[in-house]
Design a protein around this ligand. Structure first.
Ligand code: MSP
Length: 683
């Protein structure tokens, strides 16, 4: 089903990102990893196609757009532009960018759906069960069940759907994994996926009828295709699957199947179970490798919008440059594991490895070549044991780097190169070409300087060539300083495929020295932290402004928990009058508390999961001092349902409960004496 890797072409993909929120460092991580791989493959002379894009359909996006008060297409256009803008800013070298709202994608996806149907793998049925909108995932369980992936309350879906015969692929998938041990990784992902399939596969609903933001099922337009089938198909539709244009068809023929799908570990089931099953059913070749990266953590948790603990790549880019970010992420986090991000650790690595390490080495050597040899590469002459040792280290770095990098052990690969940086540094210090002992003649001194500087410069060339995919901007500068011209041109000619010691020829005219990585000052981490704080403050203000437009009093003080705000309202009826239209903007609804629990380290806050009848959601309320959480379960309350989401203690609050403020006492929750249906509007 898969073929062994084609030696001279390589197709790799990032996940396509949901456009429900602006990109953060977690997204940048996957894209940067892929970009580094793409740069190396191209520089090895391999015909490479690097794809990224955005996942723009589905209920999650439709709801996010609704909350923002705009059409899904406008919403997707704006956020997709943010992703593309960020990739441009970071210098990402993707060959294509697919949006699932593009015609070429819709056409290809419909063709895939028809292929599955024509081959007998799709049938019509009725789905009643749980669905997690945040993960766009069908979940086994009773109404009110919690999503096993994200912990949010699932919603009950009851609708006519098309089903895919996933159950027919249980054995075939297990056989496939057995025959292709390299298909998925790391080992933890492989084990998890195999045990999921061994646990039994049920047929999968692959269409929805209760909303319309998606690609219609051909011939039955009231159904839209399930967003994960839609999203996964991007990997083929971007290449040209489904197109009549011969050029597209040729690209598809050339690059499909993918050599590498790089994904986050939380989406391995979709890529390692559903995707190969869809492809087997359609009679198409399967991807060769799927590799899952771990999560980038910040403040102890997965960096994500809903936790409110994000760092933006732009911040690091503005202060230290994109090479610093790339180097840090690939050096610091063993690929496949979760890794902590912190500004302090970033600055420390930056100074140690880039400013004082590589940058300083280059600057010393290039400056001395200018000073002592008029900027022309000197003749190294015969090796002494010191040069032989440095050459051996460089050859070891060349030998170790490739296999480690190709196995995605970026951290190990970089260690091998940076140990060459350290050796070259030590070699330079030990031989001190800038010092002239009294007993050394002029001629001897020049000979030593030539030998040492030429050898150190050659070591720098090797370091630069190997490190190019990780720090491409710095590598381009060094390449010029070494008189080697444009590294991007060298990469096009596949210069990494024959990298060997001795490429820097005597007489080569060096370029002007230029700073690479200026040392980061003491307050750099703090500065970045501040930029982030300012940024999240303005995001909160924007949210507050947006909800102020809907005249909810608490919105002006977004950092305060909802009920606490109500309890602090003035005690006399002195509020300005509003019109009925103003009031109509506030969507007050009856909800029932399903879950109530304390939030660690927050004495005032309770986390509630409430059922509105038409959906379930999480809200935070500042009533922990007044109510035992267990006593609240089952209670019917009133909430402001259209309050803009706010983050508190890393949790998102989607609404506000109403309570009467009682002087000196606990707030009393609004409720009803009569039986009222969930979701009923108060007006
Ligand atoms: N749209 C789906 C993917 C469809 S692929 C056919 C999706 N989108 S996502 O925007 O939620 O996440 C996309 C990817 O972003 C994740 O798989 C992961 O690679 C990356 N990350 C998002 N947050 C992350 C971290 N905090 N850490 C590391 N990667 C993270 O899932």
């Amino acid at each position: 089903m898969t073929t062994s890797s084609h030696p001279n072409r390589f197709f790799l993909t990032t996940p396509i990102y949901y456009v429900n929120a602006r990109p953060h460092l977690g997204h940048a991580y996957s894209t940067i990893v892929c970009d580094a791989i793409a740069l190396r493959k191209r520089a090895l002379g391999i015909d490479t196609w690097f794809l990224t894009g955005t996942d723009e359909h589905g209920q999650k996006i439709e709801r996010s757009a609704e909350k923002a008060g705009c059409q899904p297409q406008d919403f997707a256009d704006a956020l997709s532009a943010e992703f593309r803008g960020l990739w441009r800013q970071l210098g990402i070298s993707n060959d294509d960018y697919i949006r699932t709202t593009e015609e070429r994608h819709k056409r290809g996806l419909q063709k895939l759906f028809v292929a599955l149907r024509d081959r007998g793998y799709i049938y019509k049925g009725y789905y009643t069960g749980q669905y997690c909108v945040s993960d766009e995932l069908y979940v086994d369980g009773a109404p009110g069940a919690i999503c096993p992936d994200c912990g949010r309350v699932t919603e009950t879906v009851s609708e006519e759907n098309y089903f895919f015969k996933l159950s027919a692929f249980e054995r075939k998938l297990l056989e496939f994994y057995e025959a292709h041990p390299d298909f998925m990784g790391p080992e933890s992902t492989r084990r998890e996926v195999i045990s999921f399939v061994r646990g039994g596969l049920k047929d999968l609903s692959v269409s929805r009828t209760s909303f319309s933001w998606g690609v219609p099922v051909p011939g039955d337009e009231k159904h839209v295709i399930y967003v994960w089938l839609d999203a996964l198909a991007n990997y083929m539709t971007a290449l040209g699957y489904g197109s009549d244009d011969p050029e597209d068809q040729a690209r598809f023929e050339k690059f499909w199947p993918a050599d590498l799908h790089l994904i986050g570990k939380e989406i391995s089931r979709f890529h390692c179970v559903y995707w190969p099953a869809f492809l087997m059913a359609a009679g198409l070749p399967l991807p060769r490798r799927v590799r899952a990266n771990g999560w980038l953590l910040f403040d102890q948790g997965k960096m994500s919008k809903s936790r409110g603990n994000i760092v933006r790549a732009e911040t690091v880019h503005t202060v230290l440059g994109s090479d610093a970010l790339r180097y840090f992420l690939l050096r610091e986090i063993p690929f496949g594991q979760d890794g902590n991000f912190s500004f302090d650790a970033l600055v420390q690595r930056y100074n140690a490895d880039l400013a004082n390490g590589y940058g300083n080495l280059v600057s010393r050597v290039v400056n001395m070549v200018h000073k002592y040899f008029g900027g022309a590469m000197p003749e190294a002459g015969a090796e002494t044991p010191a040069e032989t040792a440095l050459r051996a280290s460089a050859e070891k770095a060349i030998a170790d780097f490739g296999p480690a990098f190709d196995e995605l052990n970026f951290s190990e690969a970089l260690k091998s190169v940076w140990s060459l940086v350290a050796e070259a540094d030590g070699y330079l210090t030990a031989n001190a070409p800038w010092k002239k002992p009294a007993e050394r003649s002029e001629a001897e001194q020049t000979k030593l300087q030539a030998r040492v500087l030429a050898t150190a410069a050659e070591a720098i060339r090797i370091v630069t060539a190997l490190a190019y995919p990780i720090v491409p901007e710095a590598a381009a500068k060094v390449w010029r300083q070494l008189g080697q011209g444009e590294i991007a041109e060298a990469a096009k000619l596949g210069f990494l495929s024959n990298l060997a010691w001795g490429g820097l020829k005597a007489g080569t005219k060096f370029g002007e020295p230029a700073p690479l990585f200026p040392r980061a000052e003491k307050d750099t981490a703090e500065r970045m932290q501040k930029i982030e704080e300012e940024n999240s403050k303005s995001a909160i203000e924007a949210a507050a402004k947006q909800s102020a437009a809907s005249a909810t009093p608490a919105a002006a003080q977004p950092e305060k928990p909802a009920a606490a705000v109500v309890a602090e309202q003035p005690k006399t009826a002195s509020s300005p009058t509003i019109t009925i239209d103003d009031f109509a903007k506030v969507d007050l609804r009856v909800a029932q508390i399903l879950v109530a629990e304390r939030i660690p380290k927050a004495d005032k806050l309770l986390r509630l999961e409430v059922d509105l009848g038409y959906e379930k959601r999480q809200i935070l309320a500042g009533i922990a001092q007044y109510y035992e959480p267990e006593k609240l379960i089952g209670r019917k309350i009133v909430i402001v349902a259209n309050l803009a989401p706010r983050k508190m203690r890393g949790f998102e609050s989607n609404g506000m409960l109403l309570a009467a403020s009682l002087e000196g006492g606990s707030p009393a929750l609004a409720g009803f004496l009569e039986e009222v249906p969930l979701g009923a509007r108060l007006k």
